[in-house]
Design a protein around this ligand. Sequence first.
Ligand code: SAH
Ligand code: SF4
Ligand code: F3S
Length: 440
Amino acid sequence: MKKVYIETYGCQMNQSDSEIVGAIVEKNGYELTTELSDADIVFVNTCSIRENAEQRVKNRLNEFEHLKKKKPSLKIGVLGCMAERLKDELFIENKSVDIVVGPDAYRDIPNLLDEVSLGVKAANVLLSEEETYSEIIPVRLDTNGVSAFISIMRGCENFCSYCVVPFTRGKERSRDYRTIVKEAQDLFDKGYREITLLGQNVNSYNWIEDGKKTNFAQLMKMVAEVSPLLRVRFSTSHPKDISQELIQTIAACSNICNYIHLPVQSGSTNMLKKMNRKYTREEYIQKIDMIKKYIPDCSISTDIITGFSGETLLDHNETLSIMDYVGYDYAFMFNYSQRPNTIAAKKYPDDISLQEKSRRLEQIIEKQRELSFQSNKRDIGKEFEVLIEGKSKRSEDKLYGRTSQNKVVIFNKQDLKIGDYIYVIITDCTSATLIGEIKM
Ligand code: SAH
Ligand code: SF4
Ligand code: F3S
């Protein structure tokens, strides 16, 4: 049996897609391997979000090229967003690439593998308006047996001006809620205790059947009803679409985690307009106020881009001040990276120097470090329900888990196993982790 090795870059959706690819190849007579040296076929599931994400993959492809020199029968496939963005160029840039498959064409992989076994190159980068891989039960890769992702929709049509995703992932489409609930139930039955529902903008989840609509809040409720012991998370919420109904649903269901990732990108209305985010600073703040009103202990994280086209020091300071206002618990922070063919690449010059972008990013990172530390310090003395996820990497006699607020807690190992719920009292912290003691 031919062995397939899958390496994944990029977002959680890509990780989830690799699990779908895993299921498709397994069903068609291939075996999955976690050892690169055993592989007959290597798939790299790729990301185009920033230039450095693509560079990382290109470097890796060069390494695979060397590997192929030693093992000429090895087949190399590029999947995902870079496959969609660069298409045939990938064959030209890297002679060792045999297969190129876009995010909506994974069902075609067995056929494409048949073609390459005849010694030709094969590609399918067709985007679809319907494909959701709805009934495919993913193979869980790289799992702790407790946490899993469920993809609930695909594509994105928001066209934020800086973003490549609408071009690499195509039209937005939702997956039948019944298959989502079934997948959650199956995972629970197999011992999983936490699932994350995934989409680029989960708030616009919308399944219509016989004139009846199911929205994201309703879907969340159905998934949460699988079991009170199943934690439910979701990612990502777009601030323009997060609704009061959803926030109230989170507040009402104890097993929907009190954690919302609500990417702001910038604190300046001018920048937000240019980014085509479709909300102002004030509207974003209103959403934050609504979250804090209904879910007082909700943790909030964000994504921030520094040095977008024309960003002034005033705009930058507005980003720093909105961070203070929200008091983010966590943030993903990036230098703006201009992506070919996006709206921003066509309309707005990339006119902030790398040095200046990085200087601003450093300030933002420093601010976030301080906010995370403050947030963690506020938890000292409090008690949290923690789902145990694994053994601490740093210390043999410690375990780690997460609070509903998505914060990592380290505590002493006792007669406990991964997947158990325990209560922990927080005794200490760093800016990145909570340290606690199990409540007896
Ligand atoms: N759908 C999600 C984001 C997915 S991409 C949302 O809209 O919130 C993840 C993050 O990458 C984005 O939130 C943004 O902060 C960042 N990002 C996207 N394009 C980028 C670019 N061209 N340069 C730098 N960061 C970018
Ligand atoms: Fe990109 Fe905007 Fe879609 Fe997020 S919502 S994936 S940032 S276009
Ligand atoms: Fe990257 Fe594509 Fe995800 S560009 S962030 S892998 S949707």
